[in-house]
Design a protein around this ligand. Structure first.
Ligand SMILES: Cc1cc2nc3c(=O)[nH]c(=O)nc-3n(C[C@H](O)[C@H](O)[C@H](O)COP(=O)(O)OP(=O)(O)OC[C@H]3O[C@@H](n4cnc5c(N)ncnc54)[C@H](O)[C@@H]3O)c2cc1C
Length: 431
């Protein structure tokens, strides 16, 4: 089951034209819409299902710079500033807090990796620091294991995924954005090598610019246009507990568990070392691009073969604007949580912090993540596609950067000064 998000009063009617059309009502598309509406730019968001129905409501809510690729850290630093002002900007409490994020280390190798990361980001003035075993015991009391140390960033934190993106959507609507649900964009309309509109299931809408923020569907959308975007799906399984006393408000990442306190007093928990990897045809098509990542993370993937291959195979790869598209066939991707991973998450966590033995599990869910070969998103223009801007492929860490990623996408689509240098996100790096 999907977590229940705050409802958004979206629009019933689709306008015949706009300036910027956004494909995808997740945190990235909605943040781009809010930015554009605040700047007075006419904008329409098209969502094939319901807004915030896929990754943006199903994630853990972590907002972190810690252990982020140094190339992606400037965006995360800008995102912190946006999260800090989010309650005021949206008029809603999105549960944003900065109690810090801690990554625990159990081996010398992991400590060395922490030192290496600190060295790589030293020019960015991030407040991350190494922890001794005693620091860990003091900051997260009640543990039953002795850790070698940890990496901690006090300015990291979290927000509530069930509140945040819908608050952004409602604020965007208040500022003049139009958001339409149950309206898939099938393809683009072009003239003279330039995008001039989107073809939706409810007809064509003229526009000057399109931002594609379609999460895990972007690969399929672009494939139909013969644009190659390498992303593969992996599924994370998550649980939440009833309100309880916990050891700390800090979000803690262990080797095979993670936990963070929720606004409702419970905890959001996952088996950090394992994700389900449904085998789909794309593994055969683009799997080679992932070899270095696969070698490093092979033991973390639980491969599954069966239903996913068949349902993937049954979806069209090529269609016209007059055809029903794959986006209408799956309104909301709603994978089932893997019970083994839920059990492992609780077992591993209670072995490390016995206080969680009394935790009552009140909900479990899963979400499908779109992962690129280098785990960096793809943002910016597509060669030979004037008027199309990509904002996709956030690889399991785009909730935290979402507000900044949306702003950057809005900047790039309208020719404004970009929030950060978009060079690391260029699609041509995969050529
Ligand atoms: C289990 C899990 C844990 C995670 N934990 C974290 C975390 O702690 N911190 C963090 O930073 N990130 C985390 N993430 C990742 C984060 O959730 C995503 O990176 C982020 O939400 C991506 O936002 P998005 O807007 O790109 O995509 P999405 O939220 O997936 O939104 C894309 C939307 O586009 C719509 N769409 C697609 N194609 C079309 C079309 N043709 N027409 C109309 N609509 C379309 C889809 O229906 C969907 O609603 C996690 C993800 C999962 C699943």
């Amino acid at each position: 089951m999907a977590p229940i998000v705050t409802p958004v009063q979206t629009h019933a009617d689709v306008p015949s034209k706009t300036t910027v059309a956004i494909i995808g009502g997740g945190i990235v598309g909605l943040s781009a819409a809010l930015t554009l509406a605040e700047r007075g730019v006419p904008v329409v968001v098209f969502e094939k299902g319901r807004v915030v129905g896929e990754q943006s409501s199903r994630n853990l809510g972590w907002i972190r710079k810690t252990n982020r690729s140094p190339q992606d850290a400037p965006l995360a630093i800008e995102a912190d500033k946006l999260w800090t002002g989010m309650a005021q900007r949206t008029g809603s409490n999105v549960g944003y807090q900065q109690p810090g994020i801690m990554f625990l280390s159990q081996t010398e190798e992991e400590l060395a990796a922490n030192r290496k990361w600190l060295d790589a980001v030293k020019d960015l003035n991030i407040d991350s620091r190494l922890l001794s075993p005693e620091d860990v015991d003091r900051m997260v009391p009640g543990g039953s294991r002795r850790w070698r140390g940890g990496l901690y960033t006090a300015s990291d934190g979290y927000a509530e995924p069930t509140l945040a993106a819908s608050a952004i959507a409602s604020a965007a609507i208040d500022k003049g954005a139009i958001i339409v649900e149950n309206c898939a964009v099938r393809t683009l309309s072009t003239f003279g090598g330039k995008v001039r509109g989107v073809i939706t299931e409810r007809g064509e809408i003229a526009c000057e610019q399109v931002i594609l923020a379609g999460g895990l569907w972007s690969r399929k959308f672009l494939g139909n246009l013969k644009i190659s975007l390498p992303t593969l799906p992996i599924i994370g399984s998550v649980l939440r507990t009833a309100p309880m006393e916990g050891p700390t408000d800090i979000a803690v990442a262990g080797p095979d568990f993670s936990f963070r306190k929720r606004k409702d007093g419970g905890f959001t928990i996952t088996q950090r070392a394992a994700m389900s990897a449904p085998l789909v045809l794309d593994h055969a098509r683009i799997g080679l691009k992932y070899l270095p990542t696969l070698r490093a993370n092979w033991h973390n993937l639980r491969l599954s073969l069966g239903r996913d291959v068949l349902s993937d195979y049954s979806l069209a790869r090529k269609w016209k604007g007059s055809d029903i598209s794959p986006f209408e066939r799956t309104r909301t991707m709603d994978p089932v949580a893997n019970p083994r991973l839920i059990e492992e998450a609780m077992d591993n966590l209670t072995a490390a912090w016995p206080a969680f033995k009394s935790a009552e599990i009140t909900e479990t869910w899963a979400g499908t993540i779109d992962v690129t070969p280098d785990s960096l998103p793809v943002m910016g223009a597509v060669p030979n596609w004037d008027g199309l801007t990509l904002a996709t492929g956030y690889s399991g860490h785009g909730f935290g950067t979402g507000p900044a990623a949306g702003q950057l996408a809005a900047d790039l689509a309208t020719g404004a000064k970009p929030l950060v240098d978009p060079a690391p996100y260029d699609i041509r790096r995969f050529d």
